[in-house]
Design a protein around this ligand. Structure first.
Ligand code: HEC
Ligand code: HEC
Length: 288
């Protein structure tokens, strides 16, 4: 009877911690946020259908290559990383893969108003403009011209990329990931500090600190978790964002699959051990 009472107390205390305290602590440490929005509904949707051939010309005339390379089309960026860092605060990404990485609606909105699409309007103003200038059009229908540029970027984009390549094109200008062979961010530290107000953290072990769910919603909209942060929304499509998170997991938690497998072996071992222990106990008690 005494054992049963002790058991009841233990069960009660465990239940209080598990059902009451743990979920409460969890909501404080990881406040619930709305799911990632891969439709980018806060941005104005365009109804225009782009034309890639026309877009190739519009792209050149819009001056994108003044700040971005287009390596795959034989137009590497003319500045080295140090000079680009000093000029823009961050090394502008090569656009060869932009059509693969980013959502179409996001790209269109970005070209028209970068600070808005990147959700960093709170950091910039007319006197302190975002380093990527808005495209105001070449005199024709602005939305059509933008749709053409997006169609062009999509037409030249690769059809598949490795997870590491996606990370490099989407994040490496601001974040190093040193556990992957010492990969360092491409922007110079002083420049990015001046631009962002902080040095973006190395992401080698971020998957362990934050986990999948947090990263899913964070990359899609950093403001949801860190209001006022200078990290821009990155505008990745659902698939490419998943590639980034998978890559971070492979670097920061590469032993996960192995750990899970070993866990199963150990559980099997205990099951078998329990059976033998039970049989042995039964045998001993039969004799007594
Ligand atoms: C005056 C320089 C400048 C011009 C002109 C410019 N950009 Fe940019 N662009 C930048 C900079 C700087 C960044 C990086 C901003 C950041 O990460 O905070 C950027 C970022 C981008 C990104 C990455 C967005 C993301 O989600 O990470 C894309 C895509 C892009 N630009 C496309 C274009 C296109 C298309 C054009 C032409 C219509 C263009 N840019 C014109 C400077 C420029
Ligand atoms: C233009 C620069 C820039 C780009 C591009 C960028 N980040 Fe960041 N990131 C930052 C800055 C700055 C911070 C620090 C934010 C702060 O402390 O407010 C940050 C913070 C983070 C954090 C830490 C959040 C936390 O809870 O502390 C994660 C995770 C992260 N970034 C992931 C990414 C991933 C993944 C990508 C690519 C898909 C990316 N970032 C692209 C600038 C950037």
């Amino acid at each position: 009877m005494k054992e049963l009472k002790i058991l009841a107390v233990v069960v009660f205390l465990t239940a209080v911690v598990y059902i009451g305290v743990e979920p409460y602590a969890h909501t404080k440490l990881h406040p619930a946020v709305t799911p990632a929005d891969f439709q980018f509904q806060d941005l104005e949707a365009s109804t225009k259908v782009g034309d890639a051939a026309r877009g190739a010309e519009t792209f050149m005339m819009a001056g994108c290559v003044g700040c971005h390379g287009l390596e795959s089309q034989g137009m590497p960026f003319s500045m080295d990383n140090q000079m680009a860092s000093e000029s823009f605060g961050v090394v502008p990404p090569d656009l060869s893969s932009a059509g693969y990485l980013y959502d179409e609606a996001f790209l269109a909105a970005l070209i028209k108003n970068p600070a808005k699409a990147l959700m960093v309007e709170h950091k910039f103003s007319d006197t302190n403009p975002h380093p990527m200038t808005s495209f105001y059009g070449l005199g024709g229908d602005l939305d059509q011209e933008v749709a053409d540029i997006v169609a062009y970027l999509k037409s030249i984009a690769p059809t598949s990329m490795t997870n590491a390549e996606v990370f490099d094109d989407a994040c490496l200008r601001c974040h190093g990931i040193k556990y992957d062979g010492g990969k360092k961010m491409t922007t110079e530290a002083d420049a990015i500090l001046a631009y962002m107000g902080t040095i973006p953290p190395d992401l080698s072990t971020m998957i362990r600190a934050r986990g999948h769910g947090f990263l899913e919603t964070f990359i899609n909209n950093p403001q949801k978790h860190l209001e006022g942060t200078s990290m821009p929304r990155v505008g990745l499509k659902q698939e490419t964002q998943l590639q980034v998170v998978d890559y971070m997991e492979s670097i920061g938690d590469g032993k996960k699959a192995e750990r899970e497998r070993v866990g199963l072996y150990i559980m099997g071992y205990f099951v078998i051990l329990s059976i033998f222990a039970y049989l042995w106990k039964a045998k001993v008690w039969r004799e007594v």
